[in-house]
Design a protein around this ligand. Structure first.
Ligand code: SF4
Ligand code: SF4
Length: 102
């Protein structure tokens, strides 16, 4: 053990003496990371069956169902993780679930 380190231990180190470690300098980075690459199943939007009730939208944990002017569009596959919740909640069978092709 180096002399400096030994001396610091003798002096009882406080948290203020410790070098700053990892710092989070901005919230949330998911916009920059394509977490959709984790997906093994893929929801498929069957637009002709969709009634635009938007029930699926608030259930998506990844905000991957874009809505513009009160209408949903196809999934944001950069971020959809294929959890299948939207498939379950759609009352009109307008979303089916297929194996992801890589
Ligand atoms: S829940 Fe089904 S019908 Fe309603 S907006 Fe979503 S996909 Fe369309
Ligand atoms: S499969 Fe899951 S993550 Fe993907 S759009 Fe549906 S609810 Fe969102």
């Amino acid at each position: 053990m180096s002399r400096i380190r030994t001396e610091m231990i003798d002096e009882k180190i406080t948290w203020q003496d410790i070098t700053t470690g990892a710092e989070i300098d901005e919230p949330a980075t998911s916009l920059l990371i394509n977490t959709g690459e984790w997906r093994v199943m893929r929801p498929r939007f069957l637009e002709d069956k969709c009634k635009q009730c938007l029930l699926c939208v608030p259930f998506c944990p990844d905000s991957s169902i874009p809505v513009k002017e009160g209408r949903r569009s196809d999934f944001d596959f950069d971020h959809c993780k294929g959890c299948g919740i939207c498939v379950k909640v759609c009352p009109f069978d307008a979303i089916d679930f297929v194996k992801e092709e890589k």
